[in-house]
Design a protein around this ligand. Sequence first.
Ligand code: FES
Length: 339
Amino acid sequence: MSTEKLRLKVLEVVQETGDAHSIVFEKPAGVTYKPGQFLTLRLPWQDSYVARCYSLSSAPDVDDHLKVTIKRVLDGRGSNWVCDNVLQGHELEVLAPSGTFTPKSLDTDYLLLAGGSGITPVMSIIRTSLAKGSNKMLLVYANRDEQSVIFHSELRDLVAQHPERLVVLHWLETVQGLPSLKPLQEIVRPWGHSEAFICGPAPFMDCAADALKGLGMSRDRIHIERFTSLAGDPWTEVEAQPTTAGGPTVDLVVTLDGETHELDWPEDQKLLDFLLEKGLDAPYSCREGACSACGVKLLKGEVAMDNNSVLEQDDLDEGWRLACQSHPTTGPVEVTYDD
Ligand code: FES
């Protein structure tokens, strides 16, 4: 993860379906990412800007470029602006890739549940796994109708190339109705041993997660990607919260970019503010608890978060916390960014 602010050139705009576009960006040297991560785009809106997170559909170690795939949303400021305005040759301001919706091993079997544009990070996971891993995958992909299926022919080609590793089942609302618990459970039941990744509209994700939990899949094997629109502009400098001089502190050990730092953390200061004040290049994007770019793994102690709109219970159980929202509650605290 990185907070690096980039200016990316648009190499190509691909119309995927009637209401979904892929934006292909030139990938600057040194920019790395994991399958399942997202870019934060700065987009003009009225006299100002909005920031929106879009998952990468490109696959690291496979594609030379960065690609995000964006579907129009009714009244969606960011998605509609991109689909209406972005052309080849344009340059957009972007924050470097981040996010925690990423597989740990490409040799673990995956159950992938995607709805609509939720296919985007899933496509990156599938293509990376097929190129670099040995796992088997079932994708259940829900859409309104056949015309709304993003990556239809690409998925068909991938199945034809890897029939022993990838199965794709399409769920079309016009044929099967909205996805519902019992039928979904019957489809995924044989994949109870796998690790699940779920991305799509909120009702779809809730239904999919309930189906898996109902089958007894443990929460730590269910990964859910939720995006909320950012209220602020991460490109604007945020004033760090003032602290009480000489106030109580806790012992903090933080590992970042392979280096370990031992610090005294003021109890009334958020972790991200404190680390930035200390000159560490800690990652962040929204600074409002909505994107997970600042995610740290808690190894010891406990922190309290002022706001969390993005981490699921299983993320919390795994130890993930949002540095931009965290105060110490039980010291000493140890966290790592290098998980
Ligand atoms: S920077 Fe977005 S949640 Fe912390």
